[in-house]
Write a protein that binds this ligand. Structure first.
Ligand code: XMP
Length: 323
C-alpha cells in the first residue's frame, strides 16, 4: 500500500542505483516541487548533489532566507546561491510591458543558471552527469509521458531550459500528485513554510508591479504582501484560498488624507482566489474583518500606499495574476 515511507525508500534506492558515483545538480526555485525533489536526492546521494538557487530579487519577504537557511538546515544540502538581483533589475529597467518582463526574466534566469552550472562542472569535473527536476505526474501526462533524458519540455517555471541539455534527468516525483509531494516533503522534515506554500509565479513580484519594476517598488510591494499573508495566516485562511496575489499599481496615483495632510499615493490590489487547478478561479469571499485589518495595516505601515482595493473578478474573464 501507498505510504510516504515506501515512496521515499523506493526512490532513494532507485536514485542511488541510477547515479552511482556520479554527481547531480538541482535548481531550487523556492517552490514545493524542486524542494522535495532536492531533499529526496540529497537523502539518496548526500554530498554528490549540489543545489543552485538564483536569487533574482523578485521573491517575497523572507522567501530567499527560507531556502538559504531553513531548507539547508533541514536537509544538509550543499547549496550555491547566486545573488543576481542587480543583474535582473538592470535588465528590467524601463520595461513596463508584461510579456517583455516575462521574457527578460526567463532569459536572465537561464543565463545565470547555466553560468552556475558551468562553474560547478569546472569545480567538480565531468562526473556531473545528472540534473534533478521536480516533474510531477500531471506534468508527465501533459507532456506526453516519455521518460526524461535529453529533451525537456520548456517549463515556464524556470523560463525554459535549453533544448540541447546534455544532462541525464532524475525525476523522483514523476508518479506523484501535488498533495502526495507535500506529504513526502513533510516526512523528509522540510519546514511547513516550504511544503505548504501556495503557488507563486516563476517571474515573482516582477509581474505583480503594474508598471516598471524598481527596487523601491519591490520593497514596498514586499511589505504590503507580507502584511496580507500574515493576516490571512492569522485568520486561519491559508487552506481556504488557492493564493492571494498582492499587486502594486505603480503607474496609478490617487488622492488620500492621512494624519494632517493630503497624500497622493499608489493603490494596492488584493486578489484572493479559490480554485482547483488555476485553470478557472473564483474570487474568495473573505471575511470583512480580515479585509479591514489588512487594509488598515497596509495603509498605516506602508509608505506611499493610501488605498487598498479588492479584485472581485472570476477567471475567466480575469486571469489570477494581473500580468
Ligand atoms: P493566471 O494568471 O494565468 O495564473 O491565471 C495561473 C496560475 O499560474 C501561476 N503563474 C505562473 N507560474 N510561472 C509560474 O510558475 C509563470 O510565469 C506564471 N504565471 C502565472 C499563477 O500564480 C497562478 O497560480
Amino acid at each position: 500500500s501507498w505510504t510516504t515511507g515506501n515512496v521515499i525508500e523506493e526512490q532513494v534506492a532507485a536514485i542511488r542505483e541510477q547515479v552511482g558515483d556520479k554527481r547531480a545538480i538541482c535548481g531550487l526555485s523556492g517552490g514545493v516541487d524542486s524542494a522535495v525533489a532536492a531533499a529526496l536526492v540529497q537523502k539518496a546521494i548526500g554530498a554528490q548533489l549540489t543545489c543552485v538557487y538564483v536569487d533574482h530579487g523578485l521573491m517575497r519577504k523572507d522567501e530567499t532566507e527560507q531556502v538559504e537557511k531553513d531548507f539547508v538546515a533541514a536537509t544538509g544540502v550543499q547549496l550555491k546561491v547566486v545573488d543576481a538581483e542587480e543583474r535582473f533589475l538592470k535588465a528590467l529597467a524601463g520595461v513596463s510591458d508584461p510579456e517583455e518582463k516575462r521574457k527578460i526574466i526567463g532569459r536572465e534566469f537561464i543565463r545565470v543558471f547555466e553560468q552556475a552550472q558551468a562553474e560547478i562542472i569546472a569545480d567538480e569535473g565531468p562526473a556531473v552527469e545528472f540534473l534533478v527536476q521536480g516533474t510531477l505526474y500531471p506534468d508527465v501526462v501533459e507532456s506526453g509521458g516519455g521518460t526524461g533524458t535529453a529533451n525537456i519540455k520548456s517549463h515556464h517555471n524556470v523560463g525554459g531550459l535549453p533544448e540541447d541539455l546534455e544532462f541525464r534527468l532524475i525525476e523522483p516525483l514523476r508518479k506523484l500528485f501535488k498533495d502526495e509531494v507535500r506529504m513526502v516533503g513533510q516526512e523528509l522534515g522540510l519546514p511547513d513554510e516550504i511544503v505548504q506554500r501556495q503557488p507563486f509565479p516563476g517571474p515573482g513580484l516582477g509581474i505583480r508591479i503594474v508598471g516598471e519594476v524598481t527596487k523601491e517598488r519591490l520593497d514596498l510591494l514586499r511589505d504590503a504582501d507580507a502584511i496580507a499573508r500574515e493576516e490571512l495566516t492569522a485568520a486561519g485562511l491559508d487552506r481556504d484560498i488557492w493564493q492571494c496575489p498582492v499587486v502594486l499599481l505603480a503607474d496609478v496615483r490617487s488622492v488620500g488624507v492621512q494624519g494632517d495632510g493630503r497624500t497622493y499615493g499608489h493603490p494596492i490590489v488584493l486578489r484572493p482566489v479559490s480554485s482547483e487547478d488555476a485553470m478557472t478561479a473564483d474570487w474568495s469571499r473573505l471575511p470583512y474583518e480580515v479585509l479591514a485589518k489588512i487594509s488598515t495595516r497596509i495603509t498605516n505601515e506602508v509608505a506611499d500606499v493610501n488605498r487598498v482595493v479588492l479584485d472581485v473578478t472570476s477567471k475567466p474573464p480575469g486571469t489570477i495574476e494581473w500580468e
